[in-house]
Design a protein around this ligand. Structure first.
Ligand code: SAH
Ligand code: SF4
Ligand code: F3S
Length: 456
């Protein structure tokens, strides 16, 4: 290994949501243009970037402990550069340097395009640099048509269609760390979508904190259902998904898209957060349980069998036993195909941070365990009901371990499926006969291409 390689090496690590995955891919794209190549181990890198999340205290603690461990690399590789990016970097800014003076770069969520210039400055010894300006520099690179390095496969790619959030749910840090809602122009999005498809993506997931409000500020001609139809109609695309949908903005036209657009996968992530109207009102969610349930009914009428997943927060300030019971009732009545539940964590600067965090930790944990056990039972039941049926799987990975089904991917309803079959390649859409159900995945085999001859 030479001390002054012509190509410099970067190691990137991502915490948080799919938006951060996407931003990591974007940073990699920019760094490639600046002469960097990606490496899989921090010890091989000249530059390390940790893309952080701030959504819960635990996410921040994880990033801090990771950065603490990376510090020791300084001793073995003195010239190495260490950067913190993403939502936690945005929230903390300079304060990071007080905690961790060995960090060279603090890059906020609106500053990604300026990464190459900051790296050049750091390479010339000008550091540390803090850039948490939320106003994005107009980017010459709108076409990030390259898949996420190191995450999943290029068969299924993410595409961010908007940034920020204006909803200010009382518990949530996202509007503060991602800034106000801004939608990307449809031409940019379509160009990037075509690029991803050309490079091998068969499935696209359109990303935004609240995709339903896409298009605000872009004129009357465009809104989310229209954008969805435009992306749907691109040649070469097999399957389309989007996330996240805010229940208060889930329009009839969007629900109708599930009936009209065949490539749109039969799955919707519709975070409910709580099953009590009192709690929902204090969370500033803008809908009632009854309105939410009516939306779910309309969806199921538009696309029978559609899988609905959700996010739930337990232990929000003032949540009583009765409030929690109502959340359990809601979970039982909707029968989500999956639910991600979280313990409320105070986020400095949010509306709820002013209220006492009055649900004791033990009770939060108890509620979380209760909810997760319920959901696991429901998921298992739903999985068992699928045995003997068929699902459409987009093949994303080839398994190399002997004794396991060779192929895997996601069904339209967003279940992980492992299956056996011949003459199959990555990116194929395969009809799979489900033979066995597990807690977190299904197993089966590829259905014969021609239907079996019916015997009397
Ligand atoms: N935009 C998405 C959610 C983004 S954050 C939406 O509107 O639903 C992802 C999830 O993290 C949220 O749905 C919520 O359940 C959880 N979350 C957000 N803030 C939290 C907090 N302070 N404590 C615990 N969980 C939180
Ligand atoms: Fe956070 Fe609410 Fe915005 Fe989602 S919609 S990112 S929960 S403020
Ligand atoms: Fe976390 Fe930022 Fe996503 S706070 S959940 S990485 S938008």
């Amino acid at each position: 290994m030479s001390e002054t390689p012509t190509t410099r090496r970067v190691y990137l690590e991502t915490f948080g949501c799919q938006m951060n995955d996407y931003d990591t891919a974007r940073m990699m794209r920019l760094l490639e243009t600046a002469g960097y190549e990606k490496v899989e181990l921090p010890k091989d890198a000249d530059l390390i970037l940790v893309n952080t999340c701030s959504v819960r205290d635990k996410a921040e603690q994880k990033a801090l402990s990771r950065l603490g461990r990376l510090k020791s690399l300084r001793r073995t590789r003195p010239g190495i550069l260490l950067g913190v990016t993403g939502c936690f970097a945005q929230r903390e800014g300079e304060k990071f340097l007080r905690r961790m003076p060995y960090i060279d770069l603090i890059l906020g969520t609106g500053a990604i395009e300026r990464l190459p210039e900051h790296i050049r400055a750091l390479e010339c010894g000008r550091g540390p640099i803090v850039d948490i300006d939320l106003e994005p520099t107009p980017s010459p690179v709108t076409d990030f048509g390259r898949h996420l390095p190191g995450k999943g496969s290029s068969v299924a790619a993410f595409l961010t269609i908007m940034r920020g959030c204006d909803n200010y749910c009382a518990y949530c840090v996202v509007p503060y760390v991602r800034g106000p809602e801004r939608s990307r122009p449809p031409d940019d999005i379509l160009r990037e979508a075509r690029g991803l498809i050309t490079q091998g993506a068969h499935e696209l997931t359109l990303l935004g904190q609240n995709v339903n409000s896409y298009g605000r500020g872009l004129g009357d001609e465009i809104d989310f259902p229209r954008l969805l139809t435009m992306v749907h109609d691109l040649d070469g695309l097999t399957r389309l998904r989007f996330t996240t949908s805010h229940p208060k903005d889930l329009s009839d036209r969007l629900i109708d898209a599930f009936a009209k657009l065949p490539k749109l996968a039969p799955h919707l992530h519709l975070p409910v957060q709580a099953g009590s109207n009192q709690v929902l009102a204090r969370m500033n969610r803008g809908y009632t349980v009854e309105q939410y349930l009516a939306r779910v009914d309309a969806l199921r009428a538009a696309r029978p069998g559609i899988a609905v997943t959700t996010d739930i927060l337990v232990g929000f300030p003032g949540e009583t036993d009765d409030d929690f019971r109502q959340t359990c009732d809601l979970v039982e009545s909707v029968r989500y195909s999956n639910a991600f539940s979280f313990r409320y964590s105070v986020r400095p600067g949010t509306a709820a941070a002013k209220w006492p965090d009055d649900v004791p930790d033990e009770q939060k944990i108890e509620r979380l365990i209760n909810l997760q056990a319920r959901q696991q039972r429901i998921t298992r039941e739903l999985h068992r009901e699928m045995v003997g049926g068929r699902v459409e799987v987009l093949v994303e990975r080839e398994q190399t371990e002997p004794g396991l089904p060779r192929w895997s991917g996601k069904s339209g309803c967003y279940r992980e499926v492992h299956f056996a079959g011949d003459d199959i390649g990555l990116g194929d859409m395969v009809t799979v006969e489900v033979e066995r159900a597990f807690a977190n995945h299904l197993e089966g085999r590829a259905a014969p291409t021609a239907p079996p001859v019916q015997r009397q």
